[in-house]
Design a protein around this ligand. Structure first.
Ligand code: CO
Length: 138
């Protein structure tokens, strides 16, 4: 049902500081430019690790969906895991058949493809993002 790990979402109170840290760890060429997703209430920056991506996420605006996470984890931390799926609707049906609940309806994610999150209550406390990547996704 799930494909490969596409990215690990990391919440941070400062994308500028986090970007500097990962530029030292992976090299400047591996770190993209931060960009705003105002409709999602986040600022995002991708880091290319050798076998996956990191998605640095900073709150944008008072109603940001990661504001609560950072209130509980002021230094930031691991926020979600994102796995690729070939067919998002089929993957959601599979997940629901296993008793997992989608958080809302699919929408466009930071990569411009359809995504949905699964509630961590049924996934061992891990927030899982499913990302439709019909043709490899990279
Ligand atoms: Co993500």
């Amino acid at each position: 049902m799930l494909g490969r790990l596409n990215h690990v979402g990391l919440a941070t109170p400062s994308i500028a500081h986090a970007r500097d840290r990962y530029a030292r760890l992976f090299g400047e060429a591996a770190v993209g430019a931060p960009f705003d997703l105002p409709e999602r209430g986040v600022k995002v920056c991708f880091v290319d690790a050798p076998n996956t991506q990191l998605e640095l996420i900073e709150p944008l605006g008072d109603a940001s969906p990661i504001a609560g996470f950072l209130a509980r984890n002021p230094a930031g931390g691991q926020h979600h895991l994102c796995f690729e799926v070939a067919d998002l609707d089929a993957a959601m049906a599979d997940a629901q058949a296993f008793g997992m609940q989608a958080l809302g309806v699919p929408r466009l994610g930071a990569h411009g493809t359809r995504i949905v999150f699964l509630h961590p209550r049924e996934t061992g406390g891990i927030l899982i993002e499913l990302m439709e990547a019909p043709d490899d996704g990279h």
